[in-house]
Write a protein that binds this ligand. Sequence first.
Ligand SMILES: [Zn+2]
Length: 117
Amino acid sequence: MHEMALAEGVLQLIEDAARREKAARVRLVVIEIGQLSAVEPEALRFCFAAVAEGSVAQEAVLQIVEVPGAGWCAACAATVAMAQLYSACPRCGQHRLQPTDGTQMRVREIEIVASTH
Ligand SMILES: [Zn+2]
């Protein structure tokens, strides 16, 4: 399950941000997961809860934004919806799609609670 490694990476980013901002704790984390990224949102949620335990992000709400996949079809010369990698173009049926969106997984936002000290 590669989501465990991803969750650890996300936590690392959060801890760095929290240290930089001198945060007491982290309230909210917004993560973008592309439809073509091969990341399972529920698996990531589960793994994140496991790795965040005992950290500054322990009580953070994990909000996952799913980004639809899109690809460029050279045959149609158009951007079309893409449900999965290597899928055929929904317009012409050819396998010439070049993914243009939805392959990413990134942290969009980290909301912290400032330390009062
Ligand atoms: Zn096409």
